[in-house]
Every structure is written in structure tokens, then in C-alpha cells.
Design a protein around this ligand. Structure first.
Ligand code: SF4
Length: 209
């Protein structure tokens, strides 16, 4: 008998969405294992390797179990980098079950399925983005690393249309990063970079997952 294909899953849990424009919304997170990048500032390094093999019905059943107690339709597909695995069959099952899908990606891989909300978080030093993605993004999240500067912000602003919010998010809870985010935000506003937003990671403020 052929076994159903599996995906490598690091964790599935409920929380409040901590980042971006959906911040605060009740959400179930599916964290996929593996990533094609190795950012030094990554706050989910534990997801780079390992992961439990789970079939799409097993993942769906876990999500349904959580949403019976903590009702929400939003499911975030995150990582690691979710697009390093073939998510199409899982996405089909989740949509059939009525969930709203939010994909969070570093933007380096093409996307071959539809989602309800797409967050792209381009990463240094290359800030490489798959050409099919810019027009599909609902928001772009730039982590305020030591490297980020106004030149990169303006380059990203050009790549993604002006209607797509460009969000500055401090790196972890480091105070230098908050100060830098504010400074870059002011510079961006002064130099008329359209649709720029200042943000933070809500889950880190609350000390939750
Ligand atoms: S792309 Fe994201 S998950 Fe991958 S190493 Fe960078 S910060 Fe971590």
C-alpha cells in the first residue's frame, strides 16, 4: 500500500497574529521545517531542520481540533520557508474545509497556488524576489537588521507597487533595532516613500508564542 505524501511540520499552534497588517487576529499557525536561507538574525532557527512528517489529512485534523476550542478561520503557513515543500495538496484540503490562508514567505521561491493573504519578507543580503510574487503581495515586511538602509527600502518600494504597504519591523526585541526602525521610518516619510508603516512583533511584547 502506498503511504500518503507527508510534509515536515515543526509545530501547529494557536496564537494572535503578531506581525503585519493582520496583527492581533486569532490565528492558527502551521510552521514548516526547512529553509533555503540562513539569516543570522533568524528567530526561528529551530525550524531549519527536523520536523515531524505529517500528511495533509493529519495537519487538517490538528487544525480542526484547535479551531473547535479556539474558533478562527485564519491559518498562517509559515516556517522556516513554507515554499521549500509542496503545499498544494494541503492548501486544497484547507480551502475545502473553509479556512482562510495566509502565507508568509521570504519571497525567493515561485508560488503555484492561491492564498487569501500573502506576506513577503525579503531577506538580506540579496533581497531576492521571485518575479511572479510582487504583484500578488498584500504586504511587504522588512526586518530592521544592521544592514537595512534607506537605499534598500527605496529599492523594495520600486519593486512592489505603491499600493502594497511596506512594513518596517524591528529585529527581535533589540533596542538598537527599534531606534533604527524609527530613524529609517522618519527618513522614509521625509523623502516621501509612499505607504511606509512602522511595526513590531506583538507576540514578543506579550511574551507569547
Ligand atoms: S528566511 Fe526566515 S526562516 Fe529562513 S533563515 Fe531567514 S529569517 Fe529564518
Amino acid at each position: 500500500m502506498r503511504l500518503p505524501p507527508t510534509l515536515k511540520i515543526k509545530e501547529i499552534f494557536f496564537s494572535a497574529e503578531g506581525e503585519g497588517l493582520r496583527q492581533g487576529e486569532p490565528t492558527i499557525f502551521v510552521r514548516f521545517a526547512g529553509c533555503n536561507l540562513r539569516c543570522s538574525f533568524c528567530d526561528t532557527k529551530y525550524a531549519w531542520t527536523g520536523g515531524q512528517p505529517m500528511s495533509s489529512p493529519e495537519i487538517l485534523s490538528k487544525i480542526v481540533g484547535i479551531s473547535e476550542h479556539l474558533p478562527t478561520r485564519w491559518v498562517v503557513l509559515t516556517g522556516g520557508e513554507p515554499l521549500c515543500q509542496n503545499l498544494k495538496p494541503l492548501v486544497r484540503e484547507l480551502k475545502k474545509a473553509g479556512y482562510l490562508l495566509h502565507l508568509e514567505t521570504n519571497g525567493t521561491r515561485p508560488l503555484n497556488f492561491k492564498v487569501d493573504w500573502l506576506t513577503i519578507s525579503p531577506k538580506p543580503p540579496a533581497y531576492k524576489i521571485s518575479p511572479d510574487l510582487p504583484s500578488r503581495a498584500r504586504e511587504v515586511k522588512l526586518v530592521v537588521t544592521r544592514d537595512l538602509d534607506l537605499k534598500i527600502i527605496k529599492k523594495m518600494r520600486k519593486l512592489f507597487g505603491e499600493k502594497i504597504p511596506l512594513i518596517l519591523q524591528p529585529q527581535s526585541a533589540a533596542s538598537w533595532s527599534y531606534r533604527k526602525a524609527w530613524k529609517l521610518y522618519l527618513e522614509a516619510v521625509k523623502t516621501r516613500v509612499p505607504n511606509i508603516r512602522l511595526s513590531c512583533q506583538l507576540h514578543k511584547v506579550y511574551g507569547i508564542k
